[in-house]
Ligand binder design. Structure first.
Ligand SMILES: Cc1cc2nc3c(=O)[nH]c(=O)nc-3n(C[C@H](O)[C@H](O)[C@H](O)COP(=O)(O)O)c2cc1C
Length: 371
């Protein structure tokens, strides 16, 4: 008699992501770690990313600035200079050596910045000139101060789109398999998308179509530069981080995915409605399902997922892939732990954003060495 087959774990089934053969569906979510001194990725990131690499696993790199106006946090990486591109190469190589697939999340913070991060101490740029109120930093103690932004003129917008295009080209030059355009969490693209922020009266503001124009022009430029099979986008229509809520997130999300279908991009990565605020899960009746159904490409979900509800999302076809942030941060061997249903290391919020090249970064234990 044949031995009973162990039950299939949906998250651990293979998936074909365009030309990439994934061996499982557990994705490393983009995680800012603020350890890229002077905006240059550092050698300690080689170990960090390679620890989280599996053969046939998809990793999304931390948010990476597209230009010298894109930064709003200390020590975040960029990809607009030759030095930055060269510094990414050994990190990407290490992921490839272990058989991983690695996308770079390309990012502009817009008004989530202050003049201290800007060239010549200028004001941050945005869709608007509405200032952000000071916000508590991740440690819950410090308060981030923002400089009132300068509203981009209509004729300046093609230049910013071009910065996204060049960053995508640089990412491919650095060896990345593709890019994820950061259209989520209240940063520049989201500042155009959301009606709580966007108060423009030109063709980039007002109607839903107009508010989506900037995002779609960025997508088009990046697709034309590196090919749709290498392009994903992250969106968070329901989130209200950094005062970027929308009065009709369902309509916004649906319009976006329907418009994205035109470009045939590889994937859409959506943040769950339950993640309305950073790091907090709230009750909601909203769902990503209408967007999942309307989008033709691969659909990745993120936000508060456990092993159990990630498996359920895949089993019920609510998503193709599930991205894990905090659990993957604290468990470099997360896919293995999910396979064995092993206990997880707890994450320590206090070390999420410290500059230490080891502590809270590469010192979370693997299963074999956990005690
Ligand atoms: C330390 C930290 C850094 C993050 N950095 C980014 C980022 O660079 N880009 C991004 O899109 N989301 C970022 N996020 C959000 C995560 O990608 C993810 O969506 C969020 O943590 C919810 O998923 P989780 O419940 O699995 O952690 C960050 C979250 C954390 C905790």
């Amino acid at each position: 008699m044949a031995a009973a087959q162990p039950p299939t774990i949906p998250l651990l089934t293979p998936y074909k992501l365009g030309k990439f053969d994934l061996s499982h569906r557990i994705v490393l979510a983009p995680l800012t770690r603020q350890r890229s001194f002077g905006n240059v990725p550092q050698p300690h990131a080689i170990l960090y990313y390679s620890q989280r690499t599996t053969e046939g696993g998809l990793l999304i790199a931390e948010a990476t600035g597209i230009s010298d106006t894109a930064q709003g946090y200390p020590e975040t990486p960029g990809i607009w200079t030759k030095e930055q591109v060269e510094a990414w190469k050994p990190i990407v190589d290490a992921v490839h050596l272990k058989g991983g697939i690695f996308f770079c999340q390309i990012w502009h913070v817009g008004r989530v910045s202050n003049s201290g991060f800007q060239p010549n101490g200028q004001a941050p740029i945005s869709s608007t000139d509405k200032p952000l109120t000071p916000q508590k930093r991740a440690n819950g103690i410090d308060v981030a101060q923002f400089t009132p932004p300068r509203r981009l003129r209509t004729d300046e917008i093609p230049g910013i789109i071009n910065d996204f295009r060049l960053a995508a080209r640089n990412a491919v030059e650095a060896g990345f398999d593709g890019v994820e355009i950061h259209g989520a969490h209240g940063y520049l693209i989201d500042q155009f998308l959301k009606d709580q922020v966007n108060d423009r009266t030109d063709k980039y503001g007002g109607s839903l179509e107009n508010r989506c124009r900037f995002a779609l022009e960025v997508v088009e430029a990046v697709v034309n530069e590196i090919g749709a099979d290498k392009v994903g986008i992250r969106l968070s229509p329901f989130a209200a981080y950094m005062e970027s809520g929308d009065s009709d997130p369902n309509a916004l999300g649906l319009h976006l995915v329907q418009s994205l279908n035109k470009y045939g991009i590889l994937y859409c990565h959506m943040v769950e409605p339950r993640m309305k605020q950073v790091g907090e899960i709230s009750q909601t009746f909203d769902s990503l399902q209408p967007m999942r159904k309307a989008f033709n490409g691969t659909f990745i979900v993120a936000g508060g997922y456990t092993r159990e509800d990630g498996n359920k999302a895949v089993a019920e076809n609510h998503a193709d892939l599930v991205a894990y942030g905090r659990w993957f941060l604290a468990n470099p061997d997360l896919p293995k732990r999910f396979e064995l249903n092993a206990p997880l290391n707890k994450y320590n919020r206090d070390t999420f954003y410290i500059p230490d090249p080891v502590v809270g970064y590469t010192d979370y234990p693997f299963l074999e060495t956990a005690n």
